[in-house]
Design a protein around this ligand. Structure first.
Ligand code: SF4
Ligand code: SF4
Length: 211
């Protein structure tokens, strides 16, 4: 029988490895040009009013050794305080960067490097692709320009999520639930949602019945 062992938190070496996987550009152009004019000159996803980067504590300490770009987020409204209380734990922390004018590409967080996609877990419970993060469905213009998302970005993000979910079963559970919610919404509204497949799963007929 397998010994039940507490899974240790991520460490800084693993974070460095994850960063090395998450290097591909999302699009072939600066997609911030699609949304910044409607958002006071700041790309939608780089404004804490819209999306607060959620970092692993090991990631925050790793970044603090490399840069002064990041600090712990300071929630101001009641809803923000509620968000912080309901999500943060001993392994995770909401942070904010100094702003888009100071962005350092090599020191972006995992949240920055994976936005706007997250894992999609099919009806069998198998990780098969990526979908738009449900809460940003209406903020990111790429939801209307899905062809602009680069296959290389999808492939490397898939690899990252596969490794992360093996390492952190609670993340798998989070995305399993959000995938169920996606399917429920589709059944209710008859609205399809795009699924971005990694190269090795593209065009696989057998998958269709599980999506
Ligand atoms: S990912 Fe979406 S929200 Fe973020 S900069 Fe690109 S288009 Fe804007
Ligand atoms: S680090 Fe860069 S990509 Fe990430 S939120 Fe800040 S400005 Fe945006």
């Amino acid at each position: 029988m397998l010994e039940s062992k507490k899974i240790p938190p991520l460490d800084e070496e693993e974070i460095a490895y994850f960063y090395s996987l998450l290097q591909e550009e999302l699009t072939n152009y600066d997609c911030g040009t699609l949304c910044k004019d409607q958002n006071g000159g700041i790309p939608f996803c780089c404004s804490v009013e819209n999306a607060v980067p959620f970092l692993y504590r090991a990631e925050f300490s790793f970044l603090k050794k490399r840069t002064d770009l990041w600090k712990v987020w300071n929630p101001k409204t009641k809803n923000e305080i509620k968000l912080q209380k309901s999500h943060e734990d001993e392994h995770t922390v909401f942070c904010e960067c100094k702003g888009v004018a100071f962005c350092e590409r090599e020191n972006r967080s995992i949240s920055c490097r994976t936005f706007p996609l997250e894992p999609y877990i099919d009806k069998r419970g198998v990780f098969v692709g990526l979908v738009f993060m449900r809460e940003f469905k209406h903020g990111c213009p790429l939801t209307q320009r899905t062809k602009d998302i680069r296959q290389e970005f999808i492939d490397t993000n898939f690899l990252f999520w596969e490794k992360l979910m093996l390492r952190k079963p609670n993340e798998y559970e989070t995305y399993r639930r959000s995938s169920i919610a996606y399917r429920r919404y589709r059944t209710k509204t008859k609205e399809e949602f795009p699924i971005f497949f990694p190269s090795h799963l593209k065009g696989k007929e057998y998958l269709k019945k599980y999506l």
